[in-house]
Design a protein around this ligand. Structure first.
Ligand SMILES: [Zn+2]
Ligand SMILES: [Zn+2]
Length: 214
């Protein structure tokens, strides 16, 4: 499996395309495109690599990770959005989130077409994406583990040298640390971590250096 990173919107959010080189089946994780140029960057990459999109995967439903959902569904009609049921309230209140961050946009609710649960397996070709529920930053936060790429996409749960903020509605610090320790730090040590903001890291590096995990 291949993982391609884009950095979009004023929050510097990482949008990823995960794809299987054999079948070219692909998923977009956290589409954060906030204008036409960012949408083009993503769709041009998809076209240039002849990728066939199967899913929009949300690590959580904060506005910076969902800015581009409508544009992507407009470009690829019928493309399903997958997320965890505990983040439906956030998905329904993107307008309020936009207001909270003083964003001059009209963000409507988005619908989850399919709900994911812990240990669900999503296929791209013959390769697996495994859902890991990691609440704390948001109630329905999940990570997507890609064993064949030795990688995990962690959204705003785990960053290089940090963890997600827990002061937003539904956030909980002790639940977040429990998720990170029990669900992420138990992955193979050489697993590459692709977070929702900032650069990639590894489970081993975070285990040794992340000050929030002391
Ligand atoms: Zn977030
Ligand atoms: Zn974020």
């Amino acid at each position: 499996m291949q993982i391609k990173r884009f950095e979009f919107n004023l929050f510097g959010e990482n949008t990823y395309i995960v794809y299987d080189e054999a079948t070219l089946e692909a998923a977009v994780v956290d589409p954060g495109m906030s204008d036409a140029d960012e949408v083009s960057l993503l769709t041009e990459y998809i076209k240039a690599h002849s990728l066939s999109l199967k899913y929009i995967l949300l690590t959580h439903a904060h506005i910076d990770h969902t800015f581009g959902v409508e544009a992507l569904q407009a470009a690829y009609p019928g493309l399903p959005v997958l997320g965890h049921k505990n983040d439906i309230p956030l998905a329904m209140t993107r307008g309020q989130q936009a207001q909270m961050f003083h964003l001059p946009i009209n963000a409507g609710p988005i619908k989850f077409d399919r709900l994911v649960e812990d240990k669900n397996v999503l296929m791209l070709g013959k390769d697996e994406i495994i859902v890991i529920t990691t609440p704390g930053h948001s109630p329905g936060g999940v990570c997507y583990y890609v064993p064949s790429a030795g990688s995990v996409l962690t959204g705003d749960t785990l960053f290089a040298g940090s963890v997600g903020r827990v002061d937003l509605p539904g956030g909980n610090g002790s639940i977040l640390l429990k998720s990170v320790r029990e669900k992420l730090m138990t992955l193979p040590l050489d697993t590459v971590v692709y977070p929702g903001h900032g650069s990639a890291t590894t489970i081993s590096r975070e285990e040794h250096t992340n000050p929030f995990l002391r």
